[in-house]
Design a protein around this ligand. Sequence first.
Ligand code: GLA
Length: 385
Amino acid sequence: MLKVLRKPVIAGVALAMLLPMGAVSQASASSEPVSALKVKPLDERYKKFFTVGTAVEPYQLTGQDAQVIKRHFNSIVAENVMKPINIQPEEGKYNFTEADKIVKFAKENGMDVRFHNLVWHSQVPDWFFLDKQAKPMVDETNPLKREQNKKLLLKRLETHIKTIVKRYKNDVKSWDVVNEAIDDNPQNAKGLRESPWYKITGTDYIKVAFKTAKRYAAKDAKLYINDYNTEVNSKRDNLYNLIKDMKKQGVPIDGVGHQSHIQIGWPSIKETEDSINLFSSLGLDNQITELDVSLYGWPPVPAYPTYGAIPQYVFQTQAERYNALFELYEKLGDKISNVTFWGIADNHTWLNDRAKQYNNGVGVDAPFVFDTDYNVKPAYWAIMD
Ligand code: GLA
């Protein structure tokens, strides 16, 4: 299922197309392609600072994808198969087959597992939010029934989390407990996303989620609240206020997951740095959980129609961006424990769907450091430097 839109933040045209040829040289357009399987591992480069992860679908656990995963990453996360809709599509009917494959692969290859995610407003089955008569809980007006619904929903949530966390207790190091709880609209005074979770339970769903995860997770596992646009001041501050409030009430939040679905020209390094420092000042860990660097601004229009149509200078500009980002991550290495790419190579990324969605079905993106043929891009050389 495709996630709908986000980040109306940067205006206008595809920024990359406007930018001049960058200064990051290395592999030029004319040089022979270099396979990701022949170059030094990303995770080794950064092992003093943080683990380096990738998001995968189970089909990528064989063949060339698997080779690249094993060579370059020491942490793994499921792109989709651990989300509520996949794990518990019907009440009480759990499906762990696909999730298990990822955990097994991680164990066999000595990789850490991030679990994504226990609670989200998207990719969650409807049954969670239906009352005993199959009526949407959000429509209930009777206060007594609303209270009963809230109890029922929180019980369902607790059961969901308990079942999953017990199963993977010894396998998972970092849990994305709550995903995307903050609203995008800076005018929303409460700052919280008006999801069914929030409409039915207030912030109790966040409390129950973290407390339940804490109860069943391994002692040294870490619990994260994960969101996108954590670099945008209004959203960042709303997240900060929520966490501060939750921590005051004893809710066991260990860290912030910064999704980091970013762009070549946005957000600034300064905003990124400020955000990590801000959460760190609350005593929290930071993880970069879903990194991809889109070639486009917002909306992603126009988009290059094919991968081959992307000019080399755009890859150079992207390399400069990656260079600046990883320099920052390294500088803040004591505040960041993991950096995860939201994919392996440019042949599989949700951003392609988004580019198509906004460009009448024709468009590609190219957000990673490996290209569609698993060769290294200028961005790879830039971050290995
Ligand atoms: C969010 C979610 C991810 C993924 C992406 C892209 O960032 O956290 O699981 O679905 O959207 O679709």
